[in-house]
Design a protein around this ligand. Structure first.
Ligand code: NAD
Length: 294
């Protein structure tokens, strides 16, 4: 697609629109599933307790799965469920050959051990890419599922023409959910960036980030990344989510940074929707890995 068609911010940065790219991805997957003769492709979601944001996330994931032509199976369990009962419910899905992807919405309510739940997921069904075996596959370059949020960041950069080869990238935040896999994806062959992992004890974050052609902020501190963090023309991708009295805010001070950056994600509407888009992509691949189609 010609670059001129991309929407730009008032300051001239390319707006990396995650809603639009997610919708393209869903339409593409729907077309591929139809072309294959509509094989059964099933995403199972597990929601424990009544955390409002988790309910919304899961509802959106189920909706997009159905839009993509997949079957959405939903298991909803009370917040006071015991660890053995939750493990039994997840094991049922793991053993069921008609289920291709399993998403256990995190965080789990207090008292439940998420690590032990994740350990029950076969890597082929781990469409969130969060288990130690999926992480090991990513590290070893083997076929598996990549965590959806950092994968969504990669898809946004591909789609909006952000050059990565030979470029310096800074990822702020070192979680296993986002920051660490993001660094691996940026540094691996094919992407070929040179990533730096910054975190709460890195020191002068602004100086570290100013060196970067690409900044991925995955912290959860509203407005942490200001204009002085950003080299003119850099791509800035905002993963952080802070719920404030003024609504959802990202790690990036969007108004100031868009005037300096070459490309930027909105928040909301950037990396969040792409997390869901990539979950659909992983579920499609999971079904193929498990022989639902060739
Ligand atoms: P986390 O709390 O596990 O990790 C946060 C990281 O930020 C830590 O590694 C910490 O070292 C670093 N950090 C904390 N304070 C810092 C500071 N002042 N300066 C620099 N680094 C600092 O969180 P997470 O699970 O990685 O999520 C990060 C953020 O991304 C959260 O706001 C979360 O809600 C959001 N998130 C968004 C999506 C999405 O789809 N957009 C998906 C997952 C998580």
């Amino acid at each position: 697609m010609a670059e001129e068609k991309w929407e730009r911010t008032p300051g001239g940065a390319v707006l990396m629109d995650g809603n639009r790219l997610r919708d393209e991805l869903v339409v593409d997957l729907k077309g591929r599933i139809e072309a294959l003769g509509n094989p059964h492709v099933c995403l199972a979601t597990v929601l424990v307790g009544d955390d409002k944001p988790s309910q919304i996330y899961v509802r959106n994931k189920r909706k997009k799965a159905e839009e993509a032509g997949m079957v959405s199976r939903h298991v909803e369990l009370p917040g006071d469920i015991s660890q053995p009962d939750l493990e039994a419910a997840v094991r049922d899905l793991a053993d069921d050959p008609s289920v291709h992807g399993i998403l256990v919405q995190l965080p789990l309510p207090d008292g439940l051990d998420a690590e032990r739940i994740l350990d029950l997921l076969p890597p082929e069904k781990d469409v969130d890419g969060l288990t130690e075996r999926s992480m090991g596959r990513l590290l070893r370059g083997r076929d598996g599922h990549v965590p959806c949020t950092p994968l969504g960041v990669m898809r946004l950069m591909e789609r909006y023409g952000v050059e990565t080869a030979g470029k310096k990238a800074v990822v702020i935040g070192r979680s296993t959910l986002v920051g660490l896999p993001q660094v691996l994806l940026l540094g691996r062959k094919g992407c070929d960036a040179t990533p730096t992992l910054a975190h709460s004890r890195s020191g002068d974050l602004a100086a570290i980030c100013r060196e970067a052609d690409i900044i991925v902020a995955a912290v959860g501190v509203a407005g942490l990344v200001t204009a002085e963090f950003v080299k003119p023309g850099a791509a800035v991708l905002d993963v952080g989510i802070s719920r404030t009295a003024d609504g959802i805010q990202g790690d990036v001070d969007f108004d100031a940074v868009q005037a300096v950056a070459g490309a930027i994600t909105p928040m909301p509407g950037g990396t969040g929707p792409m997390t869901i888009g990539c979950l659909m992509e992983n579920t499609f691949n999971a079904a193929r890995m498990q022989g639902a189609f060739a």
